[in-house]
Design a protein. Structure first.
Length: 170
Protein backbone atom coordinates (compact mmCIF):
# COMPACT_ATOMS: atom_id res chain seq x y z
CA UNK A 1 0.00 0.00 0.00
CA UNK A 2 2.90 2.35 0.78
CA UNK A 3 4.12 2.21 -2.86
CA UNK A 4 0.62 2.64 -4.29
CA UNK A 5 -0.06 6.01 -2.63
CA UNK A 6 2.69 7.95 -4.46
CA UNK A 7 1.60 6.42 -7.77
CA UNK A 8 -2.02 7.40 -7.07
CA UNK A 9 -0.93 10.94 -6.19
CA UNK A 10 1.01 11.17 -9.45
CA UNK A 11 -2.03 9.84 -11.34
CA UNK A 12 -4.35 12.43 -9.79
CA UNK A 13 -1.95 15.28 -10.47
CA UNK A 14 -1.36 14.09 -14.01
CA UNK A 15 -5.08 14.08 -14.77
CA UNK A 16 -5.19 17.68 -13.54
CA UNK A 17 -2.26 18.59 -15.77
CA UNK A 18 -3.64 16.82 -18.83
CA UNK A 19 -5.09 20.02 -20.23
CA UNK A 20 -2.13 22.23 -19.30
CA UNK A 21 0.74 22.47 -21.74
CA UNK A 22 3.47 24.81 -20.65
CA UNK A 23 5.78 26.67 -22.95
CA UNK A 24 8.99 27.27 -21.09
CA UNK A 25 11.30 26.00 -18.41
CA UNK A 26 11.27 27.00 -14.75
CA UNK A 27 14.69 28.00 -13.46
CA UNK A 28 15.38 26.38 -10.08
CA UNK A 29 17.00 28.88 -7.74
CA UNK A 30 18.44 26.35 -5.30
CA UNK A 31 19.92 24.08 -8.04
CA UNK A 32 19.84 20.88 -5.97
CA UNK A 33 22.17 18.02 -6.82
CA UNK A 34 20.16 15.08 -8.11
CA UNK A 35 20.03 11.78 -6.27
CA UNK A 36 21.96 9.06 -8.04
CA UNK A 37 20.15 6.02 -9.40
CA UNK A 38 20.70 2.88 -11.41
CA UNK A 39 17.86 1.76 -13.68
CA UNK A 40 17.56 -0.67 -16.57
CA UNK A 41 16.28 0.22 -19.99
CA UNK A 42 13.79 -1.84 -21.97
CA UNK A 43 16.65 -3.95 -23.35
CA UNK A 44 18.04 -4.76 -19.89
CA UNK A 45 21.03 -2.36 -20.08
CA UNK A 46 21.85 -0.58 -16.80
CA UNK A 47 22.24 3.18 -16.54
CA UNK A 48 23.81 4.81 -13.48
CA UNK A 49 23.12 8.52 -13.46
CA UNK A 50 26.41 9.45 -11.79
CA UNK A 51 28.19 8.00 -14.84
CA UNK A 52 26.71 10.86 -16.88
CA UNK A 53 28.49 13.63 -14.94
CA UNK A 54 30.11 16.08 -17.29
CA UNK A 55 27.11 16.02 -19.65
CA UNK A 56 23.95 18.09 -19.85
CA UNK A 57 21.04 15.66 -19.46
CA UNK A 58 17.31 16.04 -20.04
CA UNK A 59 15.44 13.65 -17.73
CA UNK A 60 11.75 13.14 -18.47
CA UNK A 61 9.44 11.27 -16.04
CA UNK A 62 6.42 9.92 -17.87
CA UNK A 63 3.98 7.00 -18.31
CA UNK A 64 2.26 5.51 -21.35
CA UNK A 65 -1.23 6.13 -19.91
CA UNK A 66 -0.55 9.87 -19.46
CA UNK A 67 -2.09 11.98 -22.29
CA UNK A 68 0.34 14.94 -22.09
CA UNK A 69 3.26 12.49 -21.88
CA UNK A 70 2.12 10.82 -25.07
CA UNK A 71 1.57 14.17 -26.76
CA UNK A 72 5.08 15.49 -26.01
CA UNK A 73 7.00 12.33 -26.94
CA UNK A 74 7.27 13.09 -30.70
CA UNK A 75 8.73 16.54 -29.94
CA UNK A 76 11.20 14.92 -27.52
CA UNK A 77 12.34 12.64 -30.33
CA UNK A 78 12.76 15.63 -32.66
CA UNK A 79 14.74 17.48 -29.96
CA UNK A 80 16.90 14.39 -29.41
CA UNK A 81 17.67 14.24 -33.13
CA UNK A 82 19.03 17.80 -32.88
CA UNK A 83 20.86 17.50 -29.55
CA UNK A 84 22.50 14.08 -29.59
CA UNK A 85 25.34 15.19 -31.91
CA UNK A 86 26.04 18.05 -29.47
CA UNK A 87 26.68 15.71 -26.53
CA UNK A 88 23.43 16.55 -24.74
CA UNK A 89 21.70 13.43 -23.46
CA UNK A 90 18.03 12.61 -23.08
CA UNK A 91 16.53 9.97 -20.81
CA UNK A 92 12.87 9.08 -20.43
CA UNK A 93 12.05 7.38 -17.12
CA UNK A 94 8.79 5.47 -17.23
CA UNK A 95 7.12 5.50 -13.82
CA UNK A 96 5.44 2.36 -12.52
CA UNK A 97 5.13 0.32 -15.72
CA UNK A 98 6.90 -2.67 -17.24
CA UNK A 99 8.59 -3.48 -20.56
CA UNK A 100 5.35 -4.69 -22.17
CA UNK A 101 3.68 -1.29 -21.75
CA UNK A 102 6.73 0.43 -23.24
CA UNK A 103 6.98 -1.92 -26.23
CA UNK A 104 3.31 -1.38 -27.02
CA UNK A 105 3.74 2.40 -26.73
CA UNK A 106 6.88 2.61 -28.88
CA UNK A 107 5.15 0.69 -31.66
CA UNK A 108 3.04 3.84 -32.18
CA UNK A 109 5.53 6.43 -30.88
CA UNK A 110 9.01 5.33 -31.92
CA UNK A 111 11.91 6.94 -30.04
CA UNK A 112 15.58 6.14 -30.09
CA UNK A 113 16.74 7.77 -26.86
CA UNK A 114 16.94 5.55 -23.75
CA UNK A 115 13.73 4.67 -21.93
CA UNK A 116 14.44 3.55 -18.38
CA UNK A 117 12.08 1.64 -16.10
CA UNK A 118 11.25 2.97 -12.62
CA UNK A 119 8.83 0.12 -11.90
CA UNK A 120 8.77 0.74 -8.14
CA UNK A 121 8.62 4.57 -8.47
CA UNK A 122 11.67 4.92 -6.20
CA UNK A 123 13.55 7.28 -8.51
CA UNK A 124 10.52 9.50 -9.17
CA UNK A 125 10.00 9.74 -5.40
CA UNK A 126 13.67 10.57 -4.75
CA UNK A 127 13.58 13.26 -7.45
CA UNK A 128 10.34 14.66 -5.92
CA UNK A 129 8.21 14.25 -9.03
CA UNK A 130 4.69 15.48 -8.24
CA UNK A 131 2.94 14.92 -11.58
CA UNK A 132 3.53 13.52 -15.03
CA UNK A 133 5.13 14.52 -17.24
CA UNK A 134 7.86 16.23 -15.25
CA UNK A 135 11.16 16.98 -16.91
CA UNK A 136 14.41 18.21 -15.43
CA UNK A 137 17.39 19.65 -17.24
CA UNK A 138 20.55 18.69 -15.39
CA UNK A 139 23.86 20.50 -15.81
CA UNK A 140 27.26 18.84 -16.16
CA UNK A 141 27.76 18.98 -12.36
CA UNK A 142 24.61 16.95 -11.69
CA UNK A 143 22.43 19.85 -10.54
CA UNK A 144 18.78 20.43 -11.42
CA UNK A 145 18.78 23.70 -13.34
CA UNK A 146 15.36 23.68 -15.01
CA UNK A 147 12.07 21.92 -14.37
CA UNK A 148 9.05 21.58 -16.63
CA UNK A 149 5.79 20.20 -15.26
CA UNK A 150 3.29 19.30 -17.96
CA UNK A 151 3.79 18.76 -21.65
CA UNK A 152 6.10 20.85 -23.81
CA UNK A 153 7.16 21.11 -27.40
CA UNK A 154 10.74 20.07 -26.71
CA UNK A 155 12.02 21.00 -30.14
CA UNK A 156 10.88 24.61 -29.73
CA UNK A 157 13.85 26.91 -30.49
CA UNK A 158 13.58 28.83 -27.18
CA UNK A 159 13.76 25.61 -25.12
CA UNK A 160 16.64 24.21 -27.15
CA UNK A 161 18.53 27.50 -26.77
CA UNK A 162 18.31 27.38 -22.95
CA UNK A 163 19.47 23.76 -22.91
CA UNK A 164 22.37 24.45 -25.28
CA UNK A 165 23.47 27.44 -23.20
CA UNK A 166 24.16 25.10 -20.26
CA UNK A 167 26.98 23.50 -22.25
CA UNK A 168 28.68 26.91 -22.55
CA UNK A 169 28.82 27.55 -18.78
CA UNK A 170 32.42 27.08 -17.54
Amino acid sequence: MKKILPVLLILLLTVGLAQATGKGLTLLDDKPTVPDFTLKDVDGNSYRFSDLRGKVVIVNFWATWCPPCRAEMPSMQRAWEQLREEGILMLAIDVGEDEDAIFEFTASYPVDFPILLDTESTVSEAWEVKGLPTTFVIDQWGRKIYRAVGGREWDAPELLKKIRELKKVP
